[in-house]
Design a protein around this ligand. Sequence first.
Ligand code: PMP
Length: 306
Amino acid sequence: MNHPGFAFFEGKIIPIEQARIDIRTNALQYGTGIFEGIRCYWNEKNKTNYVFRIEDHYRRFILNSRIMMLDIKYSIEELCDITVELLRKEGYKEDSYVRPFAYNSGLNIGPKLVGNKQDLFIYTIPLGEYLDISKAINVCISSWDRIPDNSIPPRAKISGSYVNAAFQKTEALLNGYDEALVLTANGKHVSEGSAMNVFMVKNGNLITPPVTDDILEGITRDTVIKLAKDSENIDVIERSIDRTELYIADELFFCGTGAQISPIGNVDKRTIGNGEMGPLTKKLQQLYFRVVKNEISKYSDWCRKV
Ligand code: PMP
């Protein structure tokens, strides 16, 4: 079977090639949609797929729909059930990824959040590594700032706002880097990566930008905060970070559903630590991969069996 074979579209699961939208769709023209990205991990040992923190992703999705005045007609539980049914139909035997998308599906001309038909679709894809997480990657500070909350709120995961991420990621790749770190407006503070959150280790402290520094309030960020507390008894400090603090950090890593836990080896050609994955990053990365595969019973509630 070619994956993906199916999509949830206009209220039912159908073959994905039949899930088609009109070229006049408002969200295509103006980016007026919100989305989620959820990972499903294949556990080879017990031949089972587990979706990671699916309820939390759909909780964020529903909350964000309020910012964008999108009316989602399904409950968190219904969205979880539809997703599990989709994944069962695909029958993946590898890691995969779920993309829910709520959007203005009407055909009216003009960018606005009201007065349009709205809809929701969900599809899945097979997905391995988004970044090479086996080594510490090379990162630059983007010359493109993050869009502030009062322009396009990054916490809402709005499809149109990812043009900002595309500028950042593309600039990084074209200049020979793996990924971009992004500053808040006018270069004030460190915000996050193009599509992932960032953590800094300094003198035994684990520090990450606060939710008021134009970040997406990442589910993986929250997972890292909890795992650091449980396993290392570290309370993560949420505070603004200056650009040059990054240059002299002991360790740096990205985290996100796609990025997972991804060590950073240098920033703007300044070596971080010894340029390799730092010891705390390594511990958290190893723990994370056991947690998402439901290998640690304490975190089983985060893993929904398919
Ligand atoms: N920031 C941005 C801009 C993102 O797109 C993502 C990926 N969803 C993240 C952070 C990480 O969020 P999460 O851990 O919920 O995937």
